[in-house]
Design a binder for this molecule. Structure first.
Ligand code: RB5
Length: 146
């Protein structure tokens, strides 16, 4: 069965989110598009909350978030203790956010990252395993900071 990958974006990430959803389907995943569904202005915290709801409900284990820079939606997503969202600009970061941080959400800036770079990063993110070991101890500590 195809893995479900949830996607959400604000208006600044709308176009890139749609392209990434198409690419995920092409790669054999099942994209779960949580919106936004037009270029009308929406607030990025609301879109991050939709991702959190989907992950909490078990609709997807991994997700993709996009806003204009990726910054606001990352800040919002990381307020949820079960989300480790990584704002990524290159494949090195995409690999390390999985190996070291066990990131479950990858974040892009729709106005800062080109689509081919985003495809490359997303592919790396999806196909890299968490390394565990000393990194597991550190990731565990993230859950006990507050
Ligand atoms: C919306 O204009 C913009 O602020 C948003 O997409 C994002 O870049 C925020 O961090």
């Amino acid at each position: 069965m195809a893995e479900v990958i949830a996607l959400a974006a604000d208006h600044g990430g709308f176009e890139l989110k749609n392209l990434l959803a198409e690419k995920l389907a092409e790669w054999g995943y099942e994209p779960l598009d949580l919106g936004t569904y037009s270029t009308d202005s929406v607030d990025y915290p609301d879109m991050a909350a939709k991702m959190a709801d989907a992950i909490k409900a078990g609709k997807a284990e991994r997700g993709v978030l996009v806003c204009g820079t990726g910054i606001g939606i990352s800040i919002a997503a990381n307020r949820f203790p079960f989300i480790r969202a990584a704002l990524i600009h290159d494949a090195f970061g995409a690999r390390l956010c999985r190996e070291h941080n066990n990131a479950n959400v990858i974040v892009f800036g729709g106005r800062t990252t080109g689509v081919e770079v985003a495809y490359d990063c997303l592919n790396t993110f999806l196909n890299t395993q968490f390394a565990g070991g000393r990194h597991a101890r550190r990731v565990e500590k993230l859950s006990h900071l507050v």
